[in-house]
Every structure is written in structure tokens, then in C-alpha cells.
Ligand binder design. Structure first.
Ligand SMILES: [Zn+2]
Ligand SMILES: [Zn+2]
Length: 439
């Protein structure tokens, strides 16, 4: 059984609707009869975004979810006063404090509409009643308000979006669980692995000691987070980031291979690629990118998986990959945009104390999104990130930042109109250090 609930917090869309109708977009479908949604998914997502009271899937066996546990929970939440639960903590709590103190500080969370507060309450209620529901908070500020993203995921949302195409992709993946192939894997690691000030990356168990790749019996997997049963190992590989991208790290037995692992999400990602284990190749070299929207001095940040805060897009290079290509690839994978690189901001490195050779190198680039390019920053959760969001320099002190040095140093610099320190080439003083690396 797949339960998908779209909570529409966008006011004034299409036909007039109350929070009750907006919250009633629950869809339940029998996963055994579900077919991939295909081309109609986007249109259906668009319909959902306009607050229509029902959303019919195109697989024949689907039905709207009125009467499901999810809808009952939504109905119960509906009966509560709007915003009753929304100031319970996180950024919403900070907003309440800011309100109490008078004028909000620069960068403080934006005021919440009653509808948004209400939908966060509905999300909490549905999550409590239905651990395996796929909950989407549909909000016009989905990529503009980092505090909203934090509060929505903390309230149990699986996805925060404002793009019909992304919602269509999510619905397609939900409908195709067990019937579709996942995208080709990248061999790169995540961004913060490349930053010396970032928390240490979780270390997966030795792949040679794990009999992963041996296919689990069909339907033998049970999700450790939500208890969803009847999954194949391939289903689990799709299900885990789609439903639980924001869940914190947990040590747990792996249902697909039986091993107890330190970080189940990383383990599933790396050792249960459909077709067998493909441990990521981590090399101590990479790129980070400061993506600047000059019109309002905002910077595109990655909302990291597992509630690890925000950071700039970036990560380790694949073997032999030029640094500029790493930068472009990481922007596409982590924040979902194609960028234009303008220059080099800085070079960070570590040297071996005995040989003097670099043991770790990170080049940071300055970029913008080309004018006229259709930019829909990533809102579909996957192993790369929970999504993307524009962040102002004055918001950094109000947000969890995975590794603050680069954002805190350079966001204010560029927001003040500062120039990029180097042209788009290896800075002269680092030519020897990068002599072995394609640019
Ligand atoms: Zn689950
Ligand atoms: Zn396993």
C-alpha cells in the first residue's frame, strides 16, 4: 500500500479551497497493481498543486484515499485550531521568540501564514498516524525559505516542493517501486567529505566482509524506519532516500544482507545498488561552488541528507575528472541546476608533514545561473540531498550549516559586491600543487 498526501500551503491557487480540501489530496494505491505513472504524472501533479479535491492515478487500480488512515489523521488535524502545533520548536519556535522580542532580527525566519502553520500541523498528525505515508508539503517558498524546509521535514514531510515536474517524478517513483530501474550511479562522494572542517564521513563496513549483492528473497525487506514490508532489495534502494532522506543516521541490522551496520542509509546506498555493491570511490580532491543569485544576493545551498544542515554544492572528483566538471556535476546532482562558472574563489588543502605533498585539495568556484536558463532547484529527495534552497548571507547565523567556513567567509563578500579573487584557471601560486590534476 502506498499512501501519498500532498499538503497544499499555496494560497489563492485555482478554485477557492479551504485547508480541508487542500489536505484531502490523499492517494492510496495497491503497490502490486501500480504501474509507472509516465507522462500523465506531471499533469496530475499540476492538478494536485491547484488544490483539487482528488487525485486519480492512471493505473486503473488506484483510488482516492478518502477513508484511509492518512485522511482520518488529516481530518483530525483539521479539527484543531490552525497553527496549534506549529510553534512547537525549530525555526517556528525561533519565530515565536522573534515575535515576542519585537522587530525580527535580520535573517530571522519569515512570518508563517495560518495555512502554512496548519499544514505543518497536519503533516505531524499524518506522520504520527501513518509512518509509511509519503507526505509532500507544497509551498511557494519551498526553495526560498530554509527555515520552512527544516520545519517541514521536522514535521514529518518527505518532500518540500513547488515544482509540478518534481512532484510528477516523485509520484512516478512511488508508482514504479518494484517495477522500474534506478538511475545510473555516480562514483562520487558527498560534498562535505571533501571539506576538512566537515564532520567525519560515516565509514561503511568493509565491503569484502559483507555478502551484499546476493539478492534478498523477493519481498523479504522491511524498512527499518517506517516498517514498510514486502520490499525487494531494489525497492529498498529507491524507498530509503525517497521516504527517509531527512532521518538521522542509525546503526541497524540490514534486512537485505543481514549485517549490522553503523549507518544504514549509507550502507543501503553503497552496498545495495541494484545489481550489486558499488562502494563509492573517494579521492582526496574535489570542488565546491558558490552559486550566487545577484538579483537579491542569495546563494544556492544544499539541504544535506540526515538533518545535517545546509552547505554549498560540492564533492569529490571522480578519478581523472577535471575540477570544473566536478563543480558542474555536483551542482546538477545536489541542487539540480546548470551553472556558469566565472572564477576561482579559493584553494584549501592539507599537506603531509613529512613529504610536504598535498593529502587533500578543494577548489571553490564562483558561479551564477545563466540568464534565461530554466532553473528549478532540486526538490526531489534522493541520496544526494533533501533538496536545495536559496540562502542569504544574513541568514547563516540562524541556520545549521554543515561546515560554516566557506559560506561565512564568502557569502558576505559576494553579497557586498566583492569580486571573485581569481579568473577561471588554477591560480598561479597553486600551479605546482595542481600539476597532476585536469582543470
Ligand atoms: Zn520506510
Ligand atoms: Zn546490507
Amino acid at each position: 500500500m502506498i499512501v501519498c498526501l500532498v499538503l497544499n500551503a499555496e494560497e489563492g491557487m485555482g478554485a477557492p479551497h479551504s485547508p480541508a480540501t487542500a489536505a484531502s489530496l490523499a492517494v492510496a494505491t495497491d503497490s502490486q497493481s501500480a504501474a509507472p505513472l509516465g507522462a500523465t504524472a506531471e499533469a496530475e501533479a499540476e492538478a494536485a498543486a491547484k488544490g483539487l479535491a482528488s487525485l486519480a492515478l492512471s493505473n486503473g487500480g488506484a483510488h482516492t484515499g478518502n477513508g484511509t488512515g492518512a485522511c482520518q489523521a488529516a481530518a483530525e488535524a483539521e479539527a484543531e485550531p490552525a497553527g496549534k502545533e506549529a510553534n512547537g520548536g525549530g525555526a517556528a519556535g525561533a519565530q515565536a521568540q522573534a515575535d515576542g522580542a519585537g522587530a525580527p532580527e535580520p535573517g530571522a525566519p519569515a512570518p508563517r501564514s495560518a495555512l502554512t502553520q496548519h499544514m505543518l500541523g497536519v503533516s505531524r498528525a499524518v506522520r504520527a498516524a501513518c509512518p509509511h505515508a509519503f507526505i509532500v508539503l507544497w509551498h511557494p517558498a519551498a526553495i526560498e525559505d530554509p527555515h520552512l524546509r527544516i520545519d517541514a521535514f521536522s514535521a514529518g514531510a518527505s518532500m518540500v516542493s513547488c515544482f509540478p515536474a518534481h512532484l510528477g517524478e516523485a509520484l512516478g517513483q512511488l508508482g514504479g517501486l518494484g517495477t522500474s530501474s534506478p538511475p545510473a550511479p555516480s562514483t562520487s562522494s558527498t560534498a562535505s567529505d571533501a571539506d576538512p572542517t566537515a564532520p567525519a564521513a560515516p565509514t561503511p563496513s568493509d565491503p569484502t566482509a559483507i555478502p551484499c549483492g546476493a539478492p534478498a528473497a523477493p519481498g523479504a525487506c522491511v524498512c527499518a524506519w517506517c516498517g514498510q514490508s514486502g520490499l525487494t532489495a531494489d525497492d529498498l534502494w529507491l524507498h530509503q532516500p525517497l521516504y527517509h532522506v531527512y532521518e538521522v543516521n542509525r546503526a541497524s541490522p540490514c534486512c537485505a544482507c543481514g549485517n549490522r551496520v553503523d549507518n544504514l542509509a549509507v550502507h543501503v546506498h553503497e552496498y545495495h545498488w541494484p545489481g550489486g555493491p558499488r562502494p563509492e570511490v573517494r579521492i582526496p580532491l574535489g570542488s565546491a561552488v558558490i552559486v550566487h543569485r545577484r538579483s537579491d544576493n542569495k546563494f544556492l545551498c544544499v539541504q544535506e541528507f540526515a538533518d545535517q544542515g545546509f552547505w554549498v554544492p560540492g564533492g569529490c572528483s571522480d578519478p581523472g575528472e577535471p575540477l570544473t566538471r566536478t563543480a558542474l556535476r555536483e551542482c546538477w546532482e545536489e541542487v539540480g541546476v546548470e551553472v556558469k562558472l566565472h572564477g576561482v574563489v579559493e584553494v584549501a588543502y592539507r599537506l603531509c608533514p613529512t613529504t610536504g605533498r598535498p593529502t587533500w585539495r578543494l577548489m571553490t568556484f564562483y558561479a551564477t545561473i545563466p540568464e534565461g536558463a530554466s532553473a528549478q532547484p532540486k526538490t526531489l529527495p534522493c541520496f544526494e540531498s533533501a533538496g536545495a534552497c536559496w540562502v542569504g548571507a544574513d541568514q547563516l547565523h540562524t541556520l545549521p550549516i554543515r561546515s560554516p567556513r566557506i559560506p561565512e567567509t564568502w557569502f558576505p563578500h559576494f553579497a557586498r559586491g566583492g569580486a571573485c579573487p581569481h579568473p577561471l584557471a588554477v591560480p598561479r601560486e597553486y600551479l605546482a600543487m595542481f600539476a597532476d590534476v585536469p582543470f
